[in-house]
Design a protein around this ligand. Structure first.
Ligand code: SF4
Length: 455
């Protein structure tokens, strides 16, 4: 019986699943593991039944951010209801599972990968191939895991008999207690591929993981630790060449703060950025596109300088830059530990406009402790920046698990501010998912209250 990875390749988890499935190819023990991408729950059930029918073990891999937790749990219940007669494992990872392992396991997942998924998935599949049942280090072994697979026919009867403790793996003990030693290993980014080349599943190349800043609303520092780990320029260039060979037409990057590439602290290391982009341009040639400092990543305002903008202009194709502004209130910038002031935002916008780059400025409204005067200052700044040539990318606060603000609630965005935002949207000067995020924020609060009341 061989384990086969079935990736629930949907919504916010798709990129993470490209990366963790690619990690299997980086280890000789797991290189041959069969991977199938399932774009939704229907195909997940079909593939699981096919794999089980030929006598193999489907391992269903899920990854999701907190806003997708509820719908992922619903999908899981749907899949389980249709595979009750099949031996399989459900393994969940990602930001939400890492921050809320107990809630995730109680939703019905068998195993949770806490922290960085690449080493955990490799060790999990190596254990299964070795005839062992993967489990969390310490605590009682997950005998219940075998029970949950299929009451009448435990996994151990198919082959795996012993257990293999894997750092970063969590599960429930028989009495429902959480068994975990916390997040697993953090390895250099170069140890694993940034996308799944063999499967042709391209995504933005992750060039930096972790963040030295400590914005209170953000999951990144708690998820990946408060320091930077960078993928080497040579490794990034190798990825770009592979992408070009595979027919890719453009490259984007994933990083908490684009102009921190090569840095250990808050400094900007322009030679490192120049080397990174020059090699990417060489690999891409003049026709294919290179995007940096734009979706899905951004630039901190105090990092913007004429010199930095000129380095970017030399190599990249984007004519806009996404700048993290977040608030027009000095009080809220300090309270959320952004590490910059309003003047830094205004300066970054001015420099971009002067250099012919359109600034897209992120704003976050509805933060805990934000009062109407703070929001008025944000709207005042937003309008001023729009007049100077910026567009506003608007967000609403969500109390994300794992963050210092996880126990807080969003403050109301009052009708006058909402109207002002709608007017900017109508004028094409503002875009963003703030309405949907307001709804998700309330769902996260409701979920938290439900758990606190034991529901
Ligand atoms: S918001 Fe950006 S700069 Fe702040 S902690 Fe998160 S990733 Fe780092």
């Amino acid at each position: 019986m061989k384990p086969v990875l079935l990736a629930h390749h949907a919504r916010s988890g798709a990129t993470a699943l490209n990366v963790v499935t690619a990690a299997l190819s980086a280890d000789a023990r797991t290189r041959e593991v069969e991977v199938r991408f399932c774009p939704g729950r229907v195909s997940l059930v079909d593939e699981a039944r096919q794999v089980a029918a030929r006598g193999d073990l489907p391992v269903l891999a899920w990854s999701f951010y907190s806003p997708d937790f509820t719908v992922s749990a619903q999908d899981l219940a749907w899949v389980k209801a249709r595979t009750q007669d099949v031996s399989l494992l459900h393994l969940a990872g990602g930001a939400h599972a890492t921050a809320e392992p107990l809630q995730t396991l109680e939703a019905g997942f068998d195993l949770v990968a806490q922290g960085e998924g690449e080493p955990i998935i490799v060790e999990t599949f190596a254990a299964l191939l070795d005839g062992k049942l993967p489990c969390a280090p310490g605590g009682p072994p997950p005998l219940a895991l075998g029970d949950r697979l299929r009451p009448s026919q435990r996994l151990s009867q198919h082959g795996p008999a012993a257990h293999s403790p894997i750092p970063g793996l969590a599960h429930l003990a028989d009495d429902g207690a959480l068994v975990t030693r916390g997040p697993g290993d953090r390895r250099p980014l170069d140890d694993f591929p940034a996308f799944n080349i063999a499967a042709g599943k391209w995504n933005a190349i992750e060039i930096t993981r972790g963040c030295v800043y400590a914005c209170t609303f953000c999951q990144t520092p708690t998820l990946f630790k408060a320091r930077f780990r960078h993928r080497s320029a040579a490794n990034v260039h190798e990825h770009v060449r592979a992408m070009v060979r595979g027919g890719g037409r453009y490259v984007r990057f994933l990083t908490p703060t684009s102009l921190s590439y090569g840095a250990t602290g808050t400094e900007v290391v322009l030679p490192a950025i120049d080397e990174l982009l020059a090699g990417c341009r060489e690999a891409l040639g003049p026709e294919r596109k290179l995007y940096f400092g734009t979706f899905p990543s951004e630039v901190r305002p105090e990092h913007v300088s004429v010199e930095a903008l000129r380095v970017l202009k030399r190599w990249v194709d984007n004519d806009s830059l996404v700048i993290g502004g977040q608030s027009g209130s000095e009080r809220m910038l300090a309270r959320t530990r952004r590490g910059h002031d309003v003047e830094a935002i205004e300066r970054a916008v001015r420099l971009c406009v002067e250099e012919g780059i359109r600034p897209d400025v992120d704003f976050l409204l509805g933060m805990p402790g934000e009062d109407p005067a703070d929001r008025a200052l944000s709207m005042q700044l937003a309008r001023k920046l729009v007049d100077q040539g910026a567009r506003i990318h608007s967000h609403a606060f969500m109390p994300l698990p794992g963050t210092p603000l996880r126990g807080e609630s969003p403050t109301e965005i009052e009708p006058e501010i909402a109207l002002s935002m709608s007017q900017l949207e109508s004028a094409g000067a503002m875009y963003g998912q703030w309405r949907k995020q307001q709804q998700v924020g309330q769902e996260l609060v409701a979920l938290r209250k439900q758990r606190a009341s034991g529901g």
